[in-house]
Design a protein around this ligand. Structure first.
Ligand SMILES: C[S@@+](CC[C@H](N)C(=O)[O-])C[C@H]1O[C@@H](n2cnc3c(N)ncnc32)[C@H](O)[C@@H]1O
Length: 335
């Protein structure tokens, strides 16, 4: 039947890539392998590229996407891109949300450039919830409009990873676009779960967790004096999915915004392996580099299990088209 060629932008440690590739097991459930073949991956953060390389056979170009010519990117059928979200993020309110006027906010234009130049059959973009409301919704309208003008029928959904078996409440916007000549309307996975997966399923036994992950009594007392009780939502209930883990974990402190775990009268942070599991990476995913870098790359990632659900229909549809016509459809010229 052949396989689908995938190019991945803003790849990070490869959450989206792992999700679309499938062929992994998480919490005893096997996620089917998809017939995909990666032809390009790119990120400009060396340490994220190193984590990626420890886990994938295909290479990653480590450098600024703005400096990569469209002609240097091989032809592909699916373009992936969790374009950087700092400027859209609700968490990053300081400085206030800047929308597409900021430099990082403009990086999605790189994705549009590559879509216009390479005309893959489909693309999948992912971003934070704040992208919907940034600049009173103008940013998001501009993004959809640009994808449309590039020749794609687009639609989007806000999906919560906890609705798909990930032990984390993480709401992210997925935009899917199909080249207009294919006549396909994007579809999104439906939540069919009976029960969400609680955090406790991915925690290490507390006794086995190194002391260095526990906050000192001094830090706890200082926090309690300042706030009397842990900010709402930060101290996690092991019987529920975890609150969102982000790249901010690299700066973990009791006074930040990251979820922490109460253990008796103590508090601890998650180990990098626990964060990987909270994000639905299988335990076979290798964690290399400093723990700080691991937290950062893992916190930035798209949960592989959620991406697997998002990709399943897309892969099946495109394979059918490919099989039906005997070859990849040549792109229509979009003016
Ligand atoms: C939200 S993360 C993407 C995570 C990835 N989609 C995943 O699932 O693991 C955004 C990534 O964009 C990368 N990035 C930011 N600006 C870039 C640029 N100009 N060129 C290449 N990569 C860039 C960052 O290093 C970061 O890893």
């Amino acid at each position: 039947m052949g396989s689908l060629r995938v190019a991945s932008l803003f790849t990070g440690c490869g959450g989206m890539d792992m999700g679309i590739a499938g062929g992994f097991t998480f919490l005893g459930k096997h996620y089917r392998k998809n017939p995909v073949n990666f032809v390009f991956a790119n990120d400009f953060e060396k340490t994220a590229c190193e984590i990626f390389s420890a886990n994938f056979d295909h290479s990653i170009l480590c450098g600024d996407i703005k400096k990569v010519n469209t002609s240097e990117i091989p032809d592909h059928d699916i373009l992936l891109g969790g374009f950087p979200c700092q400027s859209f993020s609700i968490v990053a309110q300081n400085p206030p949300r800047l929308g597409y006027n900021s430099e990082t906010g403009k990086l999605f234009f790189e994705m549009v450039r590559i879509l216009k130049g390479k005309k893959p059959m489909c693309f999948v973009a992912e971003n934070v919830k704040g992208i919907l409301s940034a600049d009173k919704g103008r940013t998001f309208r501009l993004i959809l409009d640009e994808f449309n003008k590039a020749g794609y029928s687009v639609d989007y959904r806000l999906l919560n990873s906890a609705d798909f078996g990930v032990p984390q409440r993480r709401e992210r916007v997925f935009i899917i676009g199909f080249r207009k000549d294919l006549g396909i309307t994007p579809t999104f996975p439906k939540n069919t779960l009976k029960e969400q997966t609680p955090l406790r399923t991915v925690l290490m036994p507390h006794g086995a967790v190194d002391k260095k992950y526990y906050f000192s009594q001094k830090a706890v007392l200082g926090m309690l004096r300042a706030k009397e009780k842990m900010n709402k939502g930060r101290a996690q209930d092991e019987d529920l999915p975890c609150a969102t883990v982000t790249a901010h974990l690299a700066k973990y402190s009791l006074n930040s915004v990251d979820p922490v775990l109460p253990v008796g009268r103590k508090y601890r942070r998650f180990t990098p392996r626990e964060v990987a599991r909270i994000q639905s990476f299988p335990d076979s995913f290798k964690l290399v580099n400093s723990e700080n870098r691991q937290y950062r790359a893992l916190g930035n990632a798209v949960p592989p299990v959620l991406m697997w659900h998002v990709s399943k229909n897309i892969v099946d549809l495109l394979l059918k088209i490919k099989k039906g016509r005997g070859k990849i459809i040549e792109p229509m010229v979009v003016h």
